[in-house]
Design a protein around this ligand. Structure first.
Ligand code: KG4
Ligand code: ZN
Length: 337
């Protein structure tokens, strides 16, 4: 069996696959309640909690699947990018098991794992465009294969999820901000406040969300007690979704690739899914979204990609180190002059 571990941020995820690549069991330990009072993730708290819960979680996973450590033939963990303390907990645990059980270790890139999470539910024909929208990253990839992704563009500042979280914090809403804003937005009028659409018409495929967040900050100060929170949430959500969708549509047209996969925590957003479906029908492309529980961090997507690597005997040396920042391969024609 293959054991997969995900500890790149605040979640602790474990998953078990058989060696035919089928998911056997998975568990997720959420830390939302721990970080909620702080309005965001406190990295030191996240890694300390992961250190505490990871081993019991693996034991529970094996017990519930009626498996023992002897059944494990390969072990994988998210190597990066993410919070370095959290990554170290999962990777050190995995490397230790690899050494003591004498089984290979496979390090998995978190962003790739998100992009390919759709394959757990649907097969998508290569090449496709992969829009990754999470709390830490916003990037558009041209995806040729499981090990070949080229970056078309990424955020120049805040990630889309980060913008949701920061705007929620300044509105006094709970963490994570995405679901909180989305819920209030249901009752709001997205046209009440006029919000900017950053980089909507730029010639590249980059994104930028920090200006939108600052715009909201000024608007909140200006409106004071008269602020219409639901309308602001609806307007903010629509501004973010429109930029994400329209830039992706531009890439579909420019590259002539009629398949788009949207992944990462923000891909769970209902409005984003609706707007993408509408534009896909209008422009004649297909858009794929994993189920909401597969969009946010989990170990199932890590196990899937690790299995693909295992099939190719692509093992990771134990000397490989965790990395905090994304390792993008920029598409040559999109490089800045
Ligand atoms: O992929 P993820 O679980 O973790 C990272 O790798 O960052 O993404 C978490 C992000 C958070 O910023 C959260 O606010 C956002 O995803 N998110 C959403 C929704 N659900 C989660 N954003 C908008 N709408 C949602 N429904
Ligand atoms: Zn993630």
């Amino acid at each position: 069996m293959l054991l997969a571990i995900e500890t790149s941020c605040d979640e602790t995820g474990v998953a078990l696959f058989n060696l035919e690549g089928r998911l056997v069991h998975s568990l997720l330990y959420s830390q939302v309640a721990l970080h909620s009072p702080f309005g965001g993730i406190v990295p030191e708290l996240a890694s300390r909690k992961q250190l505490e819960v990871l081993h019991p979680l693996v034991k529970k996973l094996l017990a519930e699947a009626e498996a023992t450590p002897k059944d494990l033939k390969v072990i994988s963990a998210t190597l990066g990018p993410g919070l370095i303390g959290s990554l170290l907990v999962g990777v050190t645990y995995a490397k230790t098991l690899s050494l003591t059980l004498g089984i290979p270790f496979i390090g998995v890139d978190h962003l790739s794992a998100h992009v390919f999470s759709i394959f757990l539910e649907k097969k998508v024909k290569f090449p496709f465009l992969g829009l990754l929208v999470s709390g830490g990253h916003t990037a558009l990839f041209l995806v040729y294969d499981f090990d070949r992704l080229e970056l078309l563009g990424h955020t120049r500042d805040d990630a889309a999820g980060e913008a949701f979280d920061k705007v929620a914090k300044l509105l006094g809403l709970p963490y994570p901000g995405g679901p909180a804003i989305s819920k209030l937005a249901e009752k709001g009028d997205p046209d009440y406040y006029e919000l900017p659409r950053p980089l909507l018409t730029s010639q590249d495929f980059d994104f930028s969300f920090s200006g939108l967040k600052t715009f909201v900050l000024h608007l909140v100060k200006r409106e004071g007690g008269g602020l219409k929170v639901e309308d602001l949430c609806a307007g903010f959500e629509r501004a973010v979704c429109e930029v994400l969708v329209e830039k992706t549509v531009k890439a579909v047209k420019k590259l002539g690739i009629p398949r788009v996969v949207v992944a990462g925590g923000v891909a769970a957003n209902k409005r984003l899914r609706e707007l993408f479906q509408k534009r896909a029908a209008e422009e004649g492309f297909t858009v794929y979204f994993p189920s909401p529980e597969l969009c946010t961090d989990n170990a199932v997507m890590v196990g899937f990609l690790a299995f693909k690597k295992w099939e190719r005997k692509e093992f990771t040396p134990l000397s490989a180190e965790c990395y905090a920042r994304a390792k993008y391969r920029l598409r040559a024609s999109n490089r800045a002059p």
